[in-house]
Design a binder for this molecule. Structure first.
Ligand code: NAD
Length: 374
């Protein structure tokens, strides 16, 4: 029987996870989380009412404690009206891409969440900051490092916060993974972080396959999760990157952007990252951190729900029970809290810029066949 075919209960039973280990890593598993009484909530405008906004972000406001949706920016008034009726957004707070800048006169809005195609993040972040609002922008932060730098500068000039929506940093499975990965007593020093992220992309007409709108292919979209994982698990920045790409250019989906791109990263401690990214293979979504004494893995790792954390230290296999949390509610509340308490977000613009620079190095390494120092 393969590991993945074991149910969690059967897995723990069959492997006989030791109580010592379970106690060491799972003591907070079922801690009760009592919600705070209703308090102040900041007002959020959502820019771009596509799949992510409709199916994930808007429903997440019901679970937010510090954030409420108060405005929409959309090119489709009919869609915006319907969603406004559902979420209690007043008609006066529905904007389009032309009158977006008028948000500056609207005190109902404190924060703007940009959920547009990648290459549009920069313009709407800069205009949003100029309108005097704090910004959460979806990942990737932009399609070039230069755009990221301009976004950071615009928010600094306006005195506003800028955060990149790296939702996995705000949810407990990835947070536990990081804690265990960096516990040298438990895992020993990290030797390798292996991460595979990809899926078979559908509609060949979608913006993700359009270079001008997406900035790149699988790497900019899904491979970014693998890159992030190597960095947050090690807690280090890479010094060298190598990469190899394969794209079937006769596939109608891949006329402009890459399909498969595998990359390796070297970290100062000697740890290595080993990543795959694809728009053309069966769904892969996992992170495994291998230390000298054992390993810890998440699979699925970065989906919206269903993550599982397992580990093997010496002979002991175990799975950790973790109470899941809505990723989007958690990330939005983090930024609302940073605004209220004047703190720097965990994933500021500078973090998005670093990833864009590494992704450019991955493309360069794949193109030249040479290791790139970063
Ligand atoms: P989508 O295509 O479903 O939605 C994009 C929205 O932008 C649509 O409402 C569309 O009308 C609007 N739009 C405005 N101008 C456009 C143009 N010129 N071309 C195409 N659309 C235009 O996309 P999505 O899946 O919601 O992704 C939006 C952003 O969110 C992307 O940056 C993506 O990388 C990111 N995203 C993040 C996650 C995550 O887990 N954090 C998941 C999915 C998407």
């Amino acid at each position: 029987m393969s590991d993945s075919s074991l149910s969690r209960r059967a897995f723990i039973k069959q492997t006989g996870a030791s109580s010592v280990l379970a106690g060491a890593v799972a003591s907070t598993s079922f801690a009760q989380r009592v919600p705070d009484p209703p308090g102040k909530k900041l007002g959020w405008a959502i820019v771009g009412l596509g799949n992510l906004a409709i199916n994930q972000i808007l429903p997440a406001f019901a679970k937010s404690e510090k954030s409420k949706v108060t405005a929409f920016v959309s090119g489709h008034r009919d869609k915006a009206d319907k969603l406004a009726a559902r979420y209690g957004v007043p008609a006066k707070n529905i904007y389009n891409y032309q009158n977006y800048d008028e948000l500056k006169n609207n005190p109902d809005v404190d924060v703007i969440y940009i959920v547009l195609p990648n290459s549009m993040h920069a313009e709407y972040t800069i205009r949003g900051a100029q309108a005097g609002k704090h910004i959460l922008t979806e990942k990737p932060m932009a399609s070039t490092p230069k755009d990221c730098e301009e976004m950071i500068a615009a928010c600094k000039k306006a005195g506003k916060k800028l955060m990149v929506a790296y939702r996995c940093r705000y949810e407990p499975f990835n947070q536990n993974l990081i804690k265990i990965a960096q516990d040298k007593e438990l895992l020993g020093p990290i030797r390798v972080v292996v991460s595979d992220h990809g899926f078979n992309i559908g509609d060949p007409k979608q913006w993700r396959l359009n270079k001008a709108l997406a900035g790149g292919g699988s790497l900019m979209d899904i491979g970014l999760y693998a890159l992030q994982a190597t960095r947050y698990c090690t807690g280090e920045e890479p010094t060298e990157i190598s990469a190899m790409e394969y794209t079937d250019r006769s596939d109608i989906r891949f006329k402009e952007v890459e399909d498969m791109i595998n990359f390796q990263l070297r970290f100062p401690s000697g740890a290595l990252g080993q990543c795959t990214s694809s728009y053309g293979y069966a769904g892969q979504n996992r992170i495994r951190v291998i230390g000298t004494k054992g390993w810890v893995e998440l699979e699925p790792a970065t989906g919206y729900t269903g993550a599982r954390l397992r580990m093997k230290i010496g002979p002991n296999l175990s799975e950790r029970d973790i109470r899941p949390m809505d990723h989007f509610a958690a990330e939005m509340d983090h930024l609302s809290e940073c605004v209220m308490d004047n703190k720097e977000p965990l994933t500021p613009g500078e973090e998005g810029l670093r990833d864009l620079k590494y992704m450019m190095a991955i493309y360069e390494a794949a193109r030249t066949g040479k290791t790139v120092k970063v």
